[in-house]
Design a protein around this ligand. Structure first.
Ligand code: C2E
Ligand code: MG
Ligand code: MG
Ligand code: MG
Length: 288
């Protein structure tokens, strides 16, 4: 009896796998056409200077407006696009769009763009960045490229040359999601990094009884000694905002301060140009 049930379970499991596989293949096919069909968009999340509470820039975040499934999260489709290497083309498109939008924003605001390890490993990223800079006319110093630890340490030598090449074009290099990988600040200091984004898991772990705050404080202090700025990600509560102020992080980003919004909303926020919380973000959660 157990055996029969076992086999039944296996059949259901196999059928389910088949459905997942089909769905996945279908999504991959859809994704390969998404760019040409104009289904990809950029959302902009505001970033604030901690000391003044003022808006200092935005991070460009990809969105896929799927005709049947609606808005799809990058956490789902970016890995698919990386697997098929469609991310090389999609990433270049995102970069051109983000830089064109940055050129329309006030000069003191910076714009952060995420780079996939696949773009670094398989695309000619230095040339792509230079072309996009030239095409948009944006001042290179306003552009930040966000790279994760996995991308930095995929293979030992080539990445340094690429980072130096990018830096030569005048853009800044930012390490994204710091703390989720295995690299130490000692190892990172060998790379030309301008800023470290502290992963939101530390921010969310920062309560009276936990080590999150101590860790953020230590990262901010050490980064500052090494000449790097810090951004705290994922600020969702006023307590977390107070905490990153105490820890002296340079910048902060999160749903409390402002959610990702449309290019038009971002431009409106930029021209309002006040300090948080007086002027809020695009859609400040829990604002009073
Ligand atoms: P990321 O670069 O770490 O971007 C920050 C993510 O955290 C965004 O998710 C943002 O909406 C989310 N976030 C911001 N504030 C909060 C908060 O207070 N609480 C919580 N829970 N989340 C917050 P999103 O837009 O879904 O993007 C997810 C990831 O997808 C990004 O993480 C980035 O790794 C990747 N991604 C997005 N756009 C691009 C792109 O153009 N190219 C590449 N290669 N990757 C991208
Ligand atoms: Mg990022
Ligand atoms: Mg991040
Ligand atoms: Mg992330």
């Amino acid at each position: 009896q157990a055996k029969a049930r076992g086999r039944g379970t296996l059949c259901v499991f196999a059928a389910e796998m088949d459905i997942h596989l089909r769905a996945r293949l279908e999504m991959e096919l859809d994704l390969s056409q998404a760019l040409a069909k104009g289904q990809l968009e950029l959302a902009y999340q505001p970033i604030f200077t901690v000391a003044s509470g003022r808006l200092c820039g935005f991070e460009a975040l990809l969105r896929w407006n799927h005709p049947r499934r609606g808005l799809i999260d990058p956490a789902f489709f970016v890995p698919l696009a990386e697997e098929s290497r469609a991310i090389v083309e999609i990433g270049a498109w995102a970069m051109r769009g983000a830089m064109a939008d940055a050129a329309k924003l006030p000069d003191h605001l910076r714009l952060a763009i995420n780079l996939s390890p696949i773009q670094i490993g398989f695309g000619n990223i230095v040339e792509t960045v230079r072309d996009a800079l030239r095409e948009s006319g944006v001042a290179p110093g306003r552009i930040e490229l966000e790279i994760t630890e996995t991308a930095l340490f995929a293979n030992d030598q080539p990445i340094l040359d690429i980072l130096l090449g990018l830096r030569e074009s005048g853009v800044r290099i930012v390490l994204d999601d710091f703390g989720t990988g295995y690299s130490s600040l000692a190892r990172l200091r060998l790379l030309p990094l301008d800023k470290i984004k502290i992963d939101r898991s530390f921010v969310h772990d920062a309560g009276a009884q936990s080590s999150g705050e101590a860790i953020i404080e230590a990262i901010a202090a050490l980064a500052s000694r090494l000449g790097m700025a810090t951004t705290a990600e994922g600020i969702e509560t006023p307590e977390q905002w107070d905490m990153v102020r105490r820890a002296r992080c340079t910048e902060a980003q999160g749903f409390l301060l402002g959610k990702p919004c449309s290019p038009r909303e971002a431009a409106a926020l930029a021209s309002a140009a006040g300090a948080w919380p007086a002027n809020g973000g695009c859609a400040p959660a829990g604002s009073s």
